[in-house]
Design a protein around this ligand. Structure first.
Ligand SMILES: [Zn+2]
Length: 199
């Protein structure tokens, strides 16, 4: 196992955690890209990471629904972030829900090494449950940004992603066409029981 002592940073002190969360189509990835570009413009060393499962638009970059892009490394487990963060000032993580609860410990490890971390992802699953690790990370974040987009039924702020196509097999990921943003009043969850998350 790689320990935090293998990370080398010129600055001391605990890194800042920014969480960008919300439903699908709420502009989370766009905001993450903005933050990472701003950090680069300020001369900071940045690495962006996405989960290998999230290759919907491109495997080598973060990509928004409207084609904004930022170079990214695809990894398949939270622990794989640690070596990528070596010598880096800011780590960006997109679609953090793919990484599960294990991301929390890794983010804390990076922060202890002085690394700033910006994490974006969905915070409710299609059953309306808390979708880890976003709600857990939000509790320990320095900055917690909750993004909304108008509900496609009534126009009120949407906090949920409603699955509007059948789930086939185990593939719950789906694509943009499989979900609609919904407010709490309009949201129709998938039939219970939803998945149980570890931790
Ligand atoms: Zn609504």
């Amino acid at each position: 196992m790689i320990t935090s002592t293998t990370l080398h940073h010129e600055h001391a002190g605990r890194g800042k955690l920014t969480v960008i969360r919300g439903c699908m189509f709420a502009g989370k990835t766009a905001m993450l890209i903005e933050r990472l570009r701003a950090a680069e413009a300020a001369g900071r060393r940045v690495v962006a990471v996405k989960h290998a499962l999230d290759a919907r638009y491109a495997s080598d970059c973060l990509a928004t629904h409207d084609s904004r892009r930022f170079p990214a490394r695809a990894v398949d487990a939270p622990e794989a972030l640690v070596p990528l963060a070596d010598g880096v000032d800011v780590v960006g993580v997109d679609e953090a829900q793919f990484f599960g609860v294990g991301l929390v410990e890794v983010v804390e490890r990076l922060r202890r090494c002085g690394c700033d971390v910006v994490v974006a992802g969905i915070d409710h699953d299609a059953w309306g449950q808390d979708f880890p690790p976003l709600p857990l990370l939000a509790r320990v974040a320095d900055e917690d940004v909750v993004r909304t987009v108008p509900c496609t039924r009534c126009g009120r702020p949407a906090r949920f992603s409603e699955r509007v196509t059948p789930v086939v097999g185990e593939d719950l990921v789906g694509g943009p066409g499989d979900y609609r943003p919904r407010c709490a009043a309009c949201f129709q969850p998938l039939p219970a029981p939803g998945p149980t998350y570890e931790g």
